[in-house]
Write a protein that binds this ligand. Structure first.
Ligand code: CP3
Length: 350
């Protein structure tokens, strides 16, 4: 008699197949920001090391990438890095300041600054990331999936222009609406740089790529479609040419779902505000869906988390191409027991 357990797909196969829109007997899952400050082992392994130094230390980054997998058994690992690594590789000084968040200098606010952005050779300028991916791939073997990523052209442009996080993106929007040709040129240069950067990640072992538009939700739908989508589409097409599925995520992007699907991506990662039934109706099978548990539910503890995950999985039942995730990154202070409860609930369906 064949052993049915032996013919089960590996977590890696389950994950990649789901992103390609195939039905799974049980959904795969991971969580955005699953490696991070809520984990005590993250805090002890990275104590006293400035953030960018942790990213550049491949041995440490590989360890930080694997920590949540060991503890919770997610189907996919997301490489420990940051969306601000490419700006740093382009010659911008990037500092993480405890109370302020990231500070980029000099900010990019005129044509001369846009044209001074250096394209970079990812194999040289970001060799540490390739090395981290190779190390993680080696540890995961064929069993689990590995995700590479970058920031979307709009989000990366907004960090370069603002020089920091922003609430209302006055400077970014003044360039977008006041100097649209320059804003186009900036995004085009970023796509020129991010394309090879994503290709490098695939060559080093990534099974899938996610493009994070952390601030995409700050734009209305028409502006996003007109000013941002063409650049996102070019980045997605280049990444898909590397032979892996591509996921697009816009935080606060419920109103952008249709536009994000138009980028040609394989999957859209849903913001937590989107109702699953809406997402299923609006996507109508055009893309796979990932998401979208409200990450603050986890603060209510393991029982509330189990209930919320069960409800969410029921809402996505029968969706061809579904990957469980949170609908925004895990927050520092998230109870570890709640993350454990979420994955117990998910894995109990296998
Ligand atoms: O799932 C993932 O890990 C996705 C990758 C990702 C990271 N950062 C990894 C990361 C993404 C998409 C980001 C985005 C990002 N990075 C933003 C935009 C907002 C958002 O969440 O999308 C911002 C403002 C940053 C800059 C940044 N990164 C700051 C200010 C910090 C904290 C500095 C510190 O010293 O810890 C980070 C750290 C960071 N980026 C971590 C990870 C996994 C480490 C720990 C954590 O934040 O829990």
């Amino acid at each position: 008699m064949p052993n049915p357990k032996l013919s089960q797909p590996s977590p890696r196969q389950r994950f990649v197949a789901a992103l390609r829109g195939e039905s799974q007997s049980a959904p795969p899952g991971w969580m955005m920001r699953q490696a991070g400050r809520y984990l005590p082992e993250y805090m002890s392994a990275s104590a006293g090391r400035p953030f960018m130094e942790r990213v550049r230390d491949s041995e440490l980054s590989a360890e930080l990438t694997l920590q949540p997998i060991r503890r919770f058994g997610m189907d996919a690992a997301v490489v420990f890095s940051d969306i601000l690594v490419p700006p740093a590789a382009m010659g911008i000084d990037v500092q993480f300041i405890e109370s302020k968040g990231p500070v980029l200098s000099p900010p990019v606010r005129d044509a001369a600054a846009v044209r001074a952005l250096r394209p970079f050779d990812p194999a040289r300028a970001t060799d540490f990331l390739a090395e981290t991916l190779r190390r993680v791939r080696q540890s995961l073997g064929d069993e689990r999936a590995l995700i590479g990523f970058c920031g979307a052209p709009f989000t990366t442009a907004s960090y370069l222009i603002e020089g920091a996080s922003s609430k209302s993106f006055e400077r970014t929007k003044s360039m977008l609406y006041g100097q649209p040709a320059l804003f186009d040129e900036l995004q085009a240069r970023l796509v020129d740089a991010l394309g090879p950067y994503l290709a490098m990640q695939v060559a080093a072992g990534a099974d899938a790529l996610q493009i994070f538009d952390s601030w995409g939700g700050a734009l209305d739908r028409e502006t996003y479609a007109r000013a941002v989508l063409p650049h996102l589409t070019r980045l997605v097409a280049g990444a898909r040419n590397e032979g892996v599925p591509v996921i697009v995520y816009a935080n606060g992007g419920d109103h952008l779902l249709e536009v994000l699907m138009d980028s040609g991506c394989d999957a859209v990662s849903l913001d937590w505000r989107t109702a699953p039934a809406d997402a299923r109706a609006r996507s109508a099978g055009r893309v796979a869906l990932q998401g979208n548990l409200d990450p603050t539910v986890l603060f209510a503890g393991p029982d509330a988390t189990r209930a919320a995950v069960t409800t969410l999985l029921d809402r996505f039942r029968g969706q061809p191409g579904y990957v469980f995730n949170v609908g925004s990154g895990l927050l520092p202070g998230t109870p570890v027991e709640s993350v454990a409860a979420a994955f117990e609930t998910l894995l109990a369906r296998r």
